[in-house]
Design a protein around this ligand. Structure first.
Ligand code: PEP
Ligand code: MN
Length: 264
C-alpha cells in the first residue's frame, strides 16, 4: 500500500485546510518538549508569526536514560492543544505506546512515532485503527525497506494518512548527532507516494546546521520540515536545546525559504 506502483499519484493529506504532500511545503516548528503553558503559548505565537502551520512538542519523551526528564504527559497534551487552537496551528505530538493513542488523538492533529519506536509493531497496528494522520520517523538504523514496511503496518490497518520522516541515521561520524540522509528524500518519494518530511534538528543535533540542511532538504524535494525552536534553548528541559533554533533564526529561515519560492 505504501508503494508508488500501487498508488502512482502523490498522497496529499489535508488536515483542517492544511495540505501536506504534493507541491505543498509543510512547516512544523516548536520545542522538543512541552514544558509550561506560557512556554508553549509563546512558541506557538512565534511559529504562527513566522509562517509555520503546525506546532510540534512532546508530552511523552523517549529518553535514552531512565532518570532524564520524561515529559509532562497528558497535562502537556492539553497545554499544546490550547496553544494550537489559540494561534490557529495544527499540532503534532509523539505517542509511545498503544494505550495512549486514543488520548493523543483527542488532543493532537498529527501523531508522531519516534525513531526508537519505528518497529514497535503493536503501536503501529494500533495507529492503523485510527484516522488521525501519523508522522512516522525512520529508525536510526533502519533501511528504506524496513522503514516502508513499518509504514505498511499502519496503512494495512486502515489508516491511509501516513507521512515518512527522515531524521538522521547512525553512522561512524560523531561530530553530528546523526547523519541526515538526504538521499532518503528522493528515494522514498520514488518508491512511495507518501509525503516525506525532513527533520534537520535531530538529523544534525547542531543548531548551526539546521538552516543549511533545511534548505538542502527542500532542494532535494522534501514535502515538509519539522524543526525544533525554543525561546530559551539553553534552559530547555531536554538536551535538545543545542539543536533548537532561536525564534529569530526560525523566522529568518522561513523567510529565506519563501524567497526561494518554496513556502506554500
Ligand atoms: C523528537 O522529535 O523530539 C524526537 C525525540 O525525535 P526522534 O524520535 O527522531 O529522536
Ligand atoms: Mn527532540
Amino acid at each position: 500500500l505504501a508503494s508508488r506502483d500501487f498508488h502512482p499519484d502523490d498522497t496529499v493529506i489535508e488536515i483542517k485546510g492544511v495540505k501536506i504532500g504534493g507541491e505543498h511545503l509543510a512547516i512544523m516548528g516548536g520545542p522538543c518538549a512541552v514544558e509550561t503553558p506560557e512556554q508553549i503559548d509563546e512558541i506557538a505565537r512565534l511559529v504562527k508569526a513566522a509562517g509555520g502551520q503546525i506546532l510540534r512538542g512532546g508530552a511523552f519523551k523517549p529518553r535514552t536514560g531512565p532518570y532524564s526528564f520524561q515529559g509532562i504527559g497528558v497535562e502537556g497534551l492539553a497545554m499544546m492543544a490550547e496553544a494550537g487552537r489559540k494561534h490557529g496551528l495544527l499540532t503534532i505530538t509523539e505517542v509511545m505506546t498503544p494505550e495512549y493513542v486514543d488520548i493523543c488523538c483527542e488532543y493532537a492533529d498529527i501523531l508522531q512515532v519516534g525513531t526508537r519506536n519505528m518497529q514497535n509493531f503493536d503501536l503501529l497496528r494500533k495507529l492503523g485503527t485510527v484516522k488521525t494522520p501519523v508522522l512516522l520517523k525512520r529508525g536510526f538504523s533502519a533501511t528504506y525497506d524496513e522503514f516502508l514496511n513499518a509504514a505498511e503496518y499502519i496503512l494495512a490497518g486502515g489508516n491511509p494518512n501516513v507521512m515518512l520522516c527522515e531524521r538522521g541515521i547512525r553512522t561512524f561520524e560523531t561530530y553530528t548527532r546523526n547523519t541526515l540522509d538526504l538521499s532518503a528524500i528522493p528515494v522514498l518519494q520514488s518508491l512511495s507516494h507518501l509525503p516525506v518530511i525532513s527533520d534537520p534538528s535531530h538529523g544534525t543535533g547542531r543548531r548551526e546546521l539546521v538552516e543549511p540542511m533545511s534548505k538542502a532538504s527542500v532542494a532535494a524535494g522534501a514535502n515538509g520540515l519539522i524543526i525544533e525552536m525554543h525561546t530559551d534553548p539553553d534552559n530547555s528541559m531536554t538536551g535538545d536545546g543545542v539543536q533548537s533554533l532561536f525564534p529569530d533564526q526560525f523566522a529568518n529561515l522561513l523567510k529565506e525559504l519563501e524567497q526561494l519560492g518554496k513556502l506554500v
